[in-house]
Design a protein around this ligand. Structure first.
Ligand code: ISL
Ligand code: CA
Length: 558
């Protein structure tokens, strides 16, 4: 790849907006489209190129908009289609692109297709979904749902079960059916013709189910089997068809959310000549702190740095020159990066937020910033279950504590505090006024209590803030092709404290050094960092040489 053959989305920095929690303008406690329009200049000033919106389609909100009842309508609480059109135009006027969430593994059970599908055994929409007879008194197979319990729901009306790998209100679409596929492509073409710039595709590697829907291996602590719905046999065929029927006609970007993939899978989904997707979100680097005792994400372990470096190394080198990485520490399904990988105490919050930013934004790939990350927003640290809203969190508590008594309430609350998706869904902290300037009324979910300290207004008043550091990193990426194109080489792979790597492009070499601990440590750097090396960016005011101070990050051009 050279500077001239590179695609626009390879040079871009993406900012993820979770509309429900970004800015409320009509005083109902829920963020809305007007709230996004109001902050476009803010995003432009930060320097980002692309906005990704979490779902804003009509939805009964069983799973915050990931249960869509009409793909071509905007949810009332967010506004109208003409509000959306104004947003798109206002973004484009500022040179910002806008990509939408595409949720086509499932719909809401209130979608017109499902209502028809459910009405009788022999209707034109029956095969838009998976309907099966029970296995005696039991569900058709042993698959579990991602949100707990069986993946099958019995439906009285036609006395069959339907498949839902997420909540019971999110029936899985049957991609084996060509008519369903065509309906999805029509909808995608409709949005792209409207002028949107691409899609983030929700759980897109789950759309091909294994033929015959066989039982999966039973998991520890569970009466159910693993549904094994990822990377099914026809997924690449479907994605290529989608490319042919839709994506090939536009200069759009696509990023697929793909759980359970390796770099080898990455080459298939996002390989340059594969005609599938432009890039994928992989999750190996977010799995390293999972429970080792069958509780999945519900754990309080810390991510081991050596393992993290290994995973990132594999993706950086594994895709280099053949496919394209997406780079992210957090999103609307994860804890906040600074709380998870850094240190959210008042002493180290800003320093470690900048460290994480440095480490990620100097990698090869397209960086994603999740709203609030640019001011170092932290986990919510809610202590009461009633403060949580997320279906995954509430279901998990019911299952683990109330039904199965596997963990005590305080044990599970600690795990929820560390991992709940609501950690990243609390309202954006704009200023120190009530409700953090998000809304004039009580928000749909509680504001993080640290908003008087951690907010945009305070960040913009401080030239040394996390915010200005992000702005500088984005500028650097736009100015130096090395950051976009350079080869990556991991240095000190076994060092448990320091994440150090090299980027090399043409005649230039840069070195990135990040101390992931709260200790001052000594590393012999003079052999790598030559005397003429120029310091490009650092999260300390001066250069401490071989002394790496707590959460110190620095980048040199050799
Ligand atoms: O959040 C998770 C990790 O705990 C997953 O179980 C999550 O559901 C998975 O990452 C898939 O996520 C996507 O699809 C879900 C939706 O709830 C998530 O918000 C979305 O990002 C179902 O549409
Ligand atoms: Ca509102």
């Amino acid at each position: 790849m050279t500077e001239t053959t590179i695609k626009w989305w390879q040079k871009a920095v993406v900012y993820q907006v979770y509309p429900r929690s970004f800015q409320d303008t009509n005083h109902d406690g829920i963020g809305d489209i007007q709230g996004i329009i109001d902050h476009l200049d803010y995003l432009k000033r930060l320097g980002i190129d692309v906005i990704w919106l979490n779902p804003i389609y009509q939805s009964p909100n069983d799973d915050n908009g990931y249960d869509i009842s009409d793909y071509q309508k905007i949810a009332n609480e967010f506004g109208t289609m003409s509000d959306f059109d104004r947003l798109l135009e206002a973004a484009h006027q500022r040179g910002l692109r806008l990509i939408m969430d595409l949720v086509v593994n499932h719909t809401s059970d209130e979608h017109a297709w499902f209502k028809k599908s459910r009405a009788s055994r022999d209707n034109a929409y029956r095969n838009f979904y998976f309907w099966r007879a029970g296995n005696g008194e039991k569900a058709p197979n042993n698959w579990d749902s991602a949100f707990g319990g069986s993946a099958w729901q019995y439906d009285e009306k036609t006395q069959e079960y339907y498949l839902h790998t997420f909540s019971t209100k999110q029936p899985d679409l049957n991609w084996e059916n060509p008519q369903l596929r065509q309906s999805i492509y029509d909808m995608m073409n409709w949005w792209l013709t409207k002028g949107i710039d691409g899609f983030r595709m929700d759980v897109i590697n789950q759309i091909s189910k294994r033929p015959g829907l066989p039982d999966g291996p039973v998991k520890p602590h569970s009466e159910f089997g693993d549904s094994q719905v990822t990377n099914g046999p026809r997924v690449h065929e479907f994605l290529r068809e989608m490319h042919r029927e839709v994506l090939s006609k536009y200069d759009a970007m696509t990023v697929g959310e793909t759980h359970g993939v390796t770099p080898a899978d990455g080459l298939k989904y996002a390989g340059q000549n594969r005609h599938e997707l432009d890039m994928i979100f992989e999750f190996q680097h977010l799995r390293l702190d999972n429970s080792q005792h069958g509780f999945g994400k519900w754990s309080t372990r810390k991510t081991p740095l050596v393992g993290l470096k290994q995973v990132i190394n594999e993706w950086q080198t594994g895709l280099n020159g053949q496919a394209w990485n997406s780079l992210f520490w957090n999103n609307h399904d994860t804890p906040r990066a600074v709380s998870r990988f850094g240190n959210d105490s008042p002493q180290y919050r800003e320093r470690s937020a900048k460290l994480l930013a440095t480490c990620l934004h100097l990698l090869q790939g397209t960086p994603y910033i999740y709203q609030g990350e640019e001011i170092g927003m932290t986990n919510a640290h809610f202590t009461r279950l009633t403060d949580y809203r997320d279906i995954e969190t509430l279901n998990a508590y019911q299952e683990v504590v109330t039904q199965k008594h596997q963990l005590s309430a305080p044990e599970m609350m600690a795990r929820i505090e560390a991992n709940s998706r609501d950690n990243s869904r609390t309202p954006m902290q704009w200023d120190a006024t009530e409700n953090a300037g998000f809304s004039e009324t009580t928000p749909w979910i509680r504001v993080n209590e640290n908003y008087p300290m951690v907010n945009v207004k305070a960040a913009l008043a401080d030239p040394d803030s996390v915010w200005f550091y992000y702005q500088k990193l984005i500028d650097l990426r736009h100015d130096y092709p090395l950051i976009t194109l350079g080869d990556f080489k991991l240095l000190l792979p076994d060092d448990e404290a320091v994440f150090m790597y090299e980027r090399r492009w043409q005649e230039q070499t840069w070195i990135v050094i990040c101390n992931f601990t709260d200790q001052t440590i000594d590393r012999e750097l003079t052999s790598v960092v030559t005397a003429q090396a120029r310091l490009i960016i650092s999260n300390y005011q001066d250069d401490g040489g071989n002394q790496l101070r707590p959460y110190e990050a620095k980048v040199y051009a050799l």
